[in-house]
Each structure stands twice: as C-alpha cells, then as structure tokens.
Design a protein around this ligand. Structure first.
Ligand code: 4AZ
Length: 292
C-alpha cells in the first residue's frame, strides 16, 4: 500500500495472505478476502501468469503450492491469532483474460481445505466480509489493505512482469531485497497496511488522460486523480477494497491493476464485485452441494 498506515490487529479480519509454500518458509505473493468460512476471493492474475515464455504452458499456480493465512498482521512472525489453510480447489473466472498487460474479469475463488472438519473459525481477528448487492456512490470513502509495496517502482504497467509466484514470489525475508524483473525493490511491508481511497466514476476513469477507455464493466477505479495520497501497489493484488454501510463492511472491489502506484491521473483499478455476484454465489452453491 502506497501512502498507507499500519493497521490495528483485527481491523480487517477478512484480509488473507496468499502464500507460496516452499521447503524453507512460505512467501506472500497476493492478497485475498474471506467471504465464507471455506471461501476466499482473490484476483485471477494472482493464479494465472502466462507472460513468462518458459512458463507459457504452465500458466496456473497449482492449488497444492498455495496456502492461505488468515488473521495475520506481521508476515514475519508466527502469530497466535493466525489460521492457516491449504487450498482444496481454485476456480478462476471463465472470462478471465489478460490483454496488453491489463487483466479483465480479474477474479478467482479459492476453496479452503477444512482442518478437523472446519475451515475459518470466527474470532476477533478472522471474520468474513459481506458481499454487496447494491452500489456505493461515486466519492464514497473506502478502505484498501495489504502487504504490498509502499513505493512505486520503475516497472511500468505494474502487476504483469513481477517474478512468477512459483519462481519464488515476493520474498519478505528480512534483509532481503525483492527482484522484479531487472529491478530490486526493498519497499515492501511485513506489517499489514491500510489506507482510504474514494470511488471514481467510470466515465472519469476512462477519460483520455486517465485510462483512455481501457476499463470495462468488470473494473472500477478508486483514489484521487489530482493528488493521490494513497494507492494499492504491487503485492496488494487480490486483496479487498471495502466500503462501510450501516456499520457493516462490504468487499466492493479486489485490487487488480494500475499504472504504477500513487501517480497523478493513474488511480488503482479494482475488480467490480457486483458484476460477479451471481458467479460467486453459483460457484459456492454448486461446490457446497457436492460434499464428500
Ligand atoms: C500490482 O501489480 C498492482 N496502483 C496492483 C495495484 C496497482 C498497481 C499494481 C494500482 O499488483
């Protein structure tokens, strides 16, 4: 998160860290959102990465290589309130596409593998976020959270040429730097950060000086065009943009893409969850019917 602040424990209890399991330790590579005890939403591009020529035929991150950490604040410490799950199944949206570095229909569902018959257990630090069946008005102040970069890099259209997760992902080991293509970037966070961003209208975001008609109905923008104070960034992908209504938190978007981070006229772009409500519900319903 660019321009963010350290969150207090339990402020974003639906926040998930998607981690690559390695022999040594696990490494965070994307965010996610807990929407049901056994279900986490993330970005499609967190799972599918085909850009690297060598990996062209292995675009998908296999479920066995991923674990989901809930209730986390500090990625470097084993925390008492954390709940860690393996992934039983990954469902990437059938219309997920990547064109010219822009992800369309950027959404995927992860089904967690139950431990002793249950998935996430609700605590002060682990809770589900609501799904919205209504729209929030333009200008609404919403939250973004994540363990991603706190500075913008020199990586152009972010999110599409960072090192592949199954090559090691984003490495949060203390003292290490992180390699993104040719560049090494140290500005990542081991603590969960959050920030406020305002919803921007589609027309404004599709204006020539902003994203010039790249956005379709699967996305929306949030931030501040003139003076960006906060933004999502590399490593925040798949994590939630939540907005509050009547004291309830709704996951309204998923961190998806943007041209670098915190730049003028280049706000963060988020997956529009209202577009995918029926897909989410039907997938969860059909999967829950076929119980073992
Ligand atoms: C990324 O690569 C990414 N500033 C996410 C969000 C934004 C840019 C890049 C938005 O994960």
């Amino acid at each position: 998160i660019y321009g963010g602040a350290k969150t207090t424990a339990g402020k974003h209890p639906w926040m998930a860290s998607l981690q690559i399991k390695t022999s040594k330790r696990s490494r965070h590579f994307c965010g996610g959102v807990l929407i049901k005890a056994c279900w986490v939403l993330t970005a499609g591009h967190c799972i599918v990465q085909c850009l690297h020529v060598i990996y062209f035929f292995f675009c998908r991150q296999p479920a066995e290589t991923i674990q989901v950490a809930l209730g986390k604040q500090d990625l470097m410490n084993r925390e008492q309130q954390e709940q860690i799950f393996d992934v039983e199944k990954i469902i990437v949206h059938y219309k997920y596409r990547e064109r010219n570095g822009v992800p369309y229909n950027d959404i995927a569902l992860l089904k967690l593998k139950p431990v002793d018959g249950h998935c996430a257990v609700e605590t002060k630090y682990v809770k589900t976020a609501c799904l919205p069946d209504f729209s929030f008005p333009v200008g609404t102040d919403c939250f973004i959270s994540g363990w991603g970069m706190t500075e913008t890099g020199i990586y152009g259209l972010a999110g599409f040429w960072w090192i592949l997760p199954w090559q090691g992902g984003l490495d949060w080991e203390e003292g290490d730097s992180i390699f993104f293509g040719a560049h090494s970037i140290d500005e990542v966070s081991r603590q969960l950060l959050d920030a406020n961003v305002k919803l921007i209208s589609q027309t404004t975001c599709n204006a020539p000086r902003v994203y010039d008609h790249i956005l379709d109905e699967s996305m929306f923008c949030a931030g501040n065009l003139q003076r960006p104070r906060a933004d999502s960034c590399l490593g925040d992908s798949g994590g939630p943009l939540t907005c509050v209504e009547n004291g309830s938190y709704y996951v309204y978007g998923l961190v998806s893409w943007g041209y670098e981070c915190g730049l003028k006229n280049k706000p963060g772009v988020y997956t529009q969850l209202t577009t995918f409500l029926s897909w989410i519900k039907s997938k969860i319903r059909s999967e829950s019917r076929s119980l073992p």
